[in-house]
Write a protein that binds this ligand. Structure first.
Ligand SMILES: O=C(O)CCC(=O)C(=O)O
Ligand SMILES: [Fe+2]
Length: 359
């Protein structure tokens, strides 16, 4: 990256280029979790306080109106976030040669990678991925009949030396916050708090991505990440103060910038919650603009169930009036098909949940 002659693989089609006039909107809701953090678990059967009831309905409204919200007073220690932000900066500042020592390849999908494509256009970014479980278990191939699995291991760079510990400490905090959010979302759907926990308690395939978006000389033509929906259940994102994330507003399809809020997390519902909720909560398209002068860093945590999870609308949420909108699909196969397509650079569209829609 940074070459004078830019690889045409980065150029977005005219209709997908970043808008020059940024819409200044109210933006996505900001939700204060302090009542939850200060009280006992939301998962017991004791009557809920008015405050908790309010929080649950705020979350439900944000999920159906936007599919996105930010949380503050979330309980994640600031020092823990600052440590991972610091090692991320140090890692990406290393030479390309050093970073390539932990590169992702067809064998191991974890580690460093700088040629990711979204919808067949190259993203202006470099990333580093690691999983919560080590090893994590995923299907051996994307072939539907192949039942073999394989174990994948995170790769840890030698520099900076505190890298691995900072990552492992942070991931624990992301797990705690994600379970809290999952419980609130479950309650907002009228379900018991722990209804969805079972899919994550064993063999979860969650992972963290460190994103680095270098300054871009063609920021009007390229994107840091092209428009997409997150395939997993929930995403918990830390962005720095540069800004660039845009969310497609449901009411009119306009791209709305998510203004950075210091120390907040941006939460979005992924495809799996869309299916579990039978479309009550939709996974919303988003993308990342790049900046001609400033580099940007972000850290999404993708909260994903075990690979053998069959994803389908939750039984309690369907009935004769509201029949199931999806056929069950296997999460592991869905995920490996997505990952694999990046290497094959298929000209066809990537696998999407609407391929499993009941007509
Ligand atoms: O960097 C960001 O703000 C968002 C990145 C993102 O959407 C993703 O990695 O899926
Ligand atoms: Fe995303």
């Amino acid at each position: 990256m940074g070459e004078v002659a830019v690889d045409p693989a980065f150029i977005q089609a005219v209709e997908h280029r970043p808008n020059l006039t940024i819409i200044q909107a109210e933006g996505i809701p900001i939700i204060d979790l302090s009542s939850l953090i200060n009280s006992s678990s939301s998962s017991d059967d004791s009557p809920k306080s008015d405050e908790l009831e309010r929080l649950i309905s705020e979350i439900g409204k944000a999920c159906s109106d936007w599919g996105f919200f930010q949380v503050i007073n979330h309980g994640v220690p600031l020092e823990c976030r600052q440590r991972i932000e610091s090692v991320s900066r140090k890692f990406f500042a290393l030479s390309k040669e050093e970073k390539l020592k932990v590169k992702r390849d067809e064998e191991n999908p974890l580690g460093y990678y700088d040629t990711e494509h979204t919808k067949n256009v190259r993203d202006w970014k470099e990333v580093f991925d690691f999983t919560v479980q080590n090893p994590a278990v995923i299907p051996a191939s994307d072939e539907p009949e192949d039942e073999d699995v394989r174990k994948i291991n995170s790769q840890w760079p030698q520099y900076p030396p505190e890298f691995r510990e900072a990552c492992e400490d942070y991931v624990k905090e992301m797990e705690k916050l994600s379970f809290k959010l999952l419980e609130l979302i479950s309650l907002s759907l009228g379900l018991p708090a722990n209804r969805m926990n079972r899919f994550f308690e064993k063999d979860e395939t969650s992972f963290i991505r460190l994103n680095h978006y270098p300054p871009c000389p063609i920021s009007h033509l390229a994107l840091g990440v092209g428009r997409h929906k997150d395939a997993g259940a929930l995403t918990v994102l830390a962005q720095d103060d540069v800004g660039g994330l845009q969310v497609k507003r449901k009411i009119d399809g306009e791209w709305i910038l998510v203004k950075p809020t210091p120390n907040a997390y941006i939460i979005n519902v992924g495809d799996i919650i869309q299916v579990w909720s039978n479309d009550k909560y939709e996974s919303v398209e988003h993308r990342v603009m790049v900046n001609s002068e400033k580099e940007r860093f972000s850290i999404p945590f993708f909260f994903n169930p075990a690979h053998y999870t069959w994803v389908e609308p939750l039984k309690e949420l369907i009935n004769q009036q509201n029949p199931s909108k999806y056929k069950a699909y296997n999460w592991g196969k869905f995920f490996t098909t997505r990952k694999g397509s990046n290497f094959k650079k298929l000209d066809v569209e990537n696998i999407q949940i609407y391929h499993f829609k009941n007509i």
